[in-house]
Design a protein around this ligand. Structure first.
Ligand code: GUN
Length: 296
């Protein structure tokens, strides 16, 4: 079998188009413009690239984009004061503090200071708890993007065996909660899991989110399974480098029923879902119906 390739780039473009249409209606019918504030502390080059991309795409779907670039030695008090001001600003519906933060800043404290209703990353413990108890929450963008692709490919996920490899707070754990919410039988595997190959072989859905280049070989994949590769790993390639996922693409694609490529799979969905979450936050803040198909 050769797997169907799930085109995340095209999917993300569709999500952005849907968000853009909805934003147009909010403006026309209610005079509302969703606003997203991104806070970047320091000058980490990768973070700067992400932040620029987020700002550009936010404007492209018709939303207001605000960027706060703070010096690397910004005090915790100053950062918390900025977040407090953004919490109180009615024109801002989503707040994202780019991670990682410089070492002198307490990430948990900073994330905990964001109004949960504006926490478009879904990292606040209130949102983590709401997701874990099956209540309406803000859902982390990368797992939300994976869920959208899985629902699009399969329709219902009910009763499917899903294995999530990786137990991070940002991807692995919320991904498992979302799959459970869609009635999958979910296993979370990690670096201490015994017989990982056997665990993965049972799965109809494999979500790989460990950050280890090409660690899942094709002979771990059940024939016909769907493979969602969250990994983005830069590896040497002659004089240059190239991006690879957490699964060995060629051998997995030869066995799987469907697979996301790297690049062009999960990656583009993350910012698309950030825009979707900002739209959702704006609708909720104004007591309006949420956009269909863009939430968990
Ligand atoms: N750094 C890398 N990815 C992310 C993300 O999705 N959200 C935040 N806040 N920081 C990140």
């Amino acid at each position: 079998m050769t797997a169907q390739v799930i085109d995340g780039k095209a999917f993300a473009a569709r999500v952005r188009a849907q968000v853009g249409e909805h934003v147009g209606r909010l403006k026309a019918e209610h005079g509302l413009v969703p606003g997203l504030a991104v806070v970047l502390v320091g000058e980490d080059p990768a973070s700067q690239v992400y932040v620029r991309s987020k700002g550009k795409q936010t404007v492209e779907v018709g939303m207001k984009s605000v960027e706060h670039r703070l010096e690397v030695d910004t005090s915790e008090a100053d950062l918390l004061a900025l977040i407090e001001a953004l919490n109180a600003d009615a024109s801002i519906h989503g707040i994202l503090v780019q991670l990682p933060l410089p070492k002198h800043l307490n990430e948990e404290l900073v994330i905990g200071s964001i109004d949960p209703a504006k926490d478009v990353d879904g990292f606040h413990i209130s949102n983590v708890g709401l997701l874990g108890t099956g209540q309406k929450s803000m859902v982390p963008c990368t797992p939300l993007g994976c869920l959208m692709m899985l629902r699009d490919h399969h329709g219902s996920l009910s009763g499917m065996d899903a294995v999530v490899i990786g137990r991070s707070n940002i991807v692995g754990k919320p991904m498992a909660q979302l799959l459970l919410g869609d009635s999958c039988t979910v296993t979370i595997a990690h670096s201490r899991t015994k017989d990982l190959a056997d665990v993965v072989r049972r799965a109809d859905i494999v979500v790989a989110a460990v950050g280890r280049p090409e660690m899942v070989p094709g002979d771990w994949i059940k024939p016909g399974a769907t493979v969602i590769d969250v990994g983005i790993n830069r590896v040497p390639n002659g004089e240059k480098t190239r991006l690879v996922g957490d699964v060995d693409y060629d051998s997995c694609a030869a066995v799987a029923g469907a697979i996301t490529p790297v690049p062009g799979g999960v990656g583009p969905m993350t910012i698309a879902c950030l825009l979707a979450n900002t739209l959702t936050a704006c609708c909720r803040a104004n007591g309006l119906p949420e956009p269909e198909g863009l939430t968990a």
